[in-house]
Design a protein around this ligand. Sequence first.
Ligand SMILES: [Zn+2]
Length: 472
Amino acid sequence: MARGTPQFICQSCGAVYNRWQGKCDACGAWNTLAQEASAPPVPVPGASRAGARSKGRVFPLEGLQGASLDAPRVASGIGELDRVTGGGFVPGSVILIGGDPGIGKSTLLTQASAVMARAGHRVAYISGEEAVAQVRLRAERLGLSDAAVELAAETNVEDIVATLSHGPTPRLAIIDSIQTMWTGSVEAAPGTVTQVRGSAQALIRFAKTTGTTVILVGHVTKDGQIAGPRVVEHMVDAVVSFEGDSGYHFRILRAVKNRFGPTDEIGVFEMTGRGLAEVANPSALFLAGRDLSAAGTAVFAGMEGTRPLLVEIQALVAPTSLGTPRRAVVGWDPSRLSMVLAVLEAHGGLKLGQHDVYLNVAGGLRITEPAADLAAAAALVSSLAGLPLPADCVYFGEIGLSGAIRPVAQTPARLKEAAKLGFNRTVAPPAVRNQDETAPLVVTTTGHIADLVARIAAQPRVEGNRPGLARR
Ligand SMILES: [Zn+2]
């Protein structure tokens, strides 16, 4: 296709079409096709010379054995950030950080750049969103004005690369945001998928050739995707999402993709007047403000990566006024809830067909572990029966379709965290023992969902918690 011929590119996934259509066949998104001038061939280093040369360069091949250097890392100085990246920034790596507008991405990166600059590294912060004065104001508010961060409000990638290549190599360069960047190497309007991709390519090449760690800020769309091309996600070394509910003070940093580290670790921060503070004990934070006497809540002893995390699961089971009962879930997989409900009906003897069911993970946390099944089931049964669960008890275990409770990984860490936070009891899958003699944690094992239901039904009833009391 000739350069400059118009073509239609999906702004969500980057698929290219010759004519406009309402739906992208590649990713299924509607109204995402936008007209752009055709992109030049993807620039490959050395490609222009390769065309003129018929023979390739001969390079030495090496064996599997040999000296292999562990990627040297530069710690950011912010422990929770380093936990997510896998122990610090790898030189020459490119990290894409996504999150809702206003969630605190710029605050986090301003803090990280200031801490690194104070440690003596050259750090550049390029803002395409805000004027230099605005970035300065934020730094002042955070008490970081004294840090020697190099600031600029620029959007042209060629200018940025030329500036950063001048003088000593920066340890860290922050580009806020990739959607505002443009490159002269492609003929497309700024903000389009072609421009974003072209800009990202140029910045990645800069990172790889100089060893600078580049952090790209990306905006997130309503459905949680990093807006613009998903192709950028494939190009970078790590994709990190910064999550949180504006109704809560804490924020969670989560690695979605990481070539140099784990993807199951999370970093927990609390938004304070002085910026983002690291949360050393997330369990205490997520359990704060718990109503101990209410029916329908259970504490789940979960794991996020290598760190145990206790979190409250809340359930509300109430008679429905609709023909089809409602099933709503926040912070957990809806299909997992459906499965637990089906098992409770089939093997637990519960009748839920005439009940609305709501499930919520308190604090706005998102749980992906199947080990949460048992805690969710306990909360559901507790709500249906109107019987509060013991306040000093934690739950974990996976529920199978047969109703059997299955063991889960990292049991000792879960028990240790529960004991540390003052819990005295746990309901766990079969064969779980408390190995730690010093922890006064009583383990009750349960092998089947029917056993769990019978156990909860045997709880003492508390007046005022009966279902139906609120019914008119
Ligand atoms: Zn698409």
